[in-house]
Design a binder for this molecule. Sequence first.
Ligand code: 2AM
Ligand code: CA
Length: 268
Amino acid sequence: MDVVLRDEIYKQAIKWVLEAGESIRDKMNDPLDIETKSNANDLVTKLDKETEQFFVEKIKGTFTGHSIIGEEGYGDDLKNLDGTVWIIDPIDGTMNFVHQKRNFAISVGIYQDGIGEIGIIYDVMENILYHAKKGEGAFKDDKRLSPLNEKSTINEAIIGMNHFWLCENRLIDEKVMQQFVKDIRGTRTYGSAALEFAYTAEGIVDGYISMNLSPWDIAAGMILVKEVGGVTTDINGGELDMLNKSSILTCNISIQHRILAYMQKGRK
Ligand code: 2AM
Ligand code: CA
């Protein structure tokens, strides 16, 4: 992507993300009109929908020809990632948003012909902006994030993960997962995939595993993690397809092969 054009898109995207965040903060105590989607715990609110519509209107009105994939379905129905594609989760961590009024994020990943160019994750309540451009490093507000430290073992690793490995999306033998959680230092569950990617990029967790995520949960985070030398694959170590759901492992590259070894051992 042309660097001048990319800078323009980047500045505009950050402006819209901050504006959307302010609007969510302003309206979050109004009635949320909570509905469920794929199951009783998969929530969506009026503000998820309004925020996505805001991005769609802004993008279509400013960058004709750009395409959009959005969690709430106001974007385009794409069959490929040709051209410039914005992959948007208007509120990632909707359950946190509804129940806790914190720990949720706006996630915007911008891809050119399938390559991640811009990643933005905004922690709305903490007012922290994680952002990255391909090849130019990742930032937390104005602070450049350091490359991830080499680790020789997983014994001191903290890994973000949720309970889905125990439930309906169980892909790995539970005995192997039990051994894995015993062998690492600790687990954390934040409830927003986007924030868990941002924390991996920041180095405050060493990785994040999830069994069933959509492109909008990971599109921005993958770019941030890559910029600090981390890596994102499915739990078999395979490349991700940004048009479909997948399991994911994002982590410090120095422990990737160790984590994948557990996944391989436990694969059902
Ligand atoms: P969401 O809040 O945008 O739905 C929670 O562990 C993380 O997994 C969140 O990022 C959440 O995104 C995502 N997720 C994806 N599919 C989910 C589902 N069916 N139920 C709950 N969380 C889901
Ligand atoms: Ca999401």
